[in-house]
Design a protein around this ligand. Structure first.
Ligand code: FE2
Length: 139
């Protein structure tokens, strides 16, 4: 369902690797959430959801630290952190308030939202730091 594409590349190997992992987790999640069998996959789903959420936080911190370390433009850096922060807040809220309802449609919508957000964030926000970090020798 969600796949990392060459156009998502930020020209930094470690960042691309982390982005690929995010898509992989979202895709696994979607596959399990849409399984049409007679089993209840709720625990499995929540497990992967937690993994995705933890990995997202790890990845955002990695990016933010890199940008701080190399002296990225303060305003751009701040806006970037704000985007990360509001996304984490939104996903945390969904996890706490909505997902325990165990509704497949809600789960599908949530995963689609996450996949779409990540793709858009990479294309519109992450790509802005590629050149800056490349010039600092980060590839
Ligand atoms: Fe980012």
């Amino acid at each position: 369902m969600f796949e990392w594409k060459a156009e998502y590349s930020c020209q930094i190997a470690e960042i691309d690797k982390q982005h690929k992992r995010l898509f992989e987790l979202a895709s696994d999640l979607y596959d399990i959430a849409t399984l049409d069998d007679d089993y209840d996959h709720y625990d499995e789903i929540m497990g992967i959801f937690q993994e995705l959420s933890d990995y997202t936080v790890y990845h955002f911190q990695y990016e933010e630290k890199l940008l701080d370390e190399y002296g990225y433009d303060p305003l751009q850096g701040k806006l970037h952190k704000l985007e990360h922060g509001s996304f984490v807040k939104k996903v945390t809220k969904i996890m706490q308030e909505d997902l325990d309802k165990n509704e497949q449609q809600l789960l599908k919508d949530t995963i689609t939202f996450i996949g779409g957000w990540v793709a858009q964030h990479i294309l519109e926000t992450d790509k802005n730091y590629s050149e800056f970090l490349n010039q600092k020798g980060i590839r």
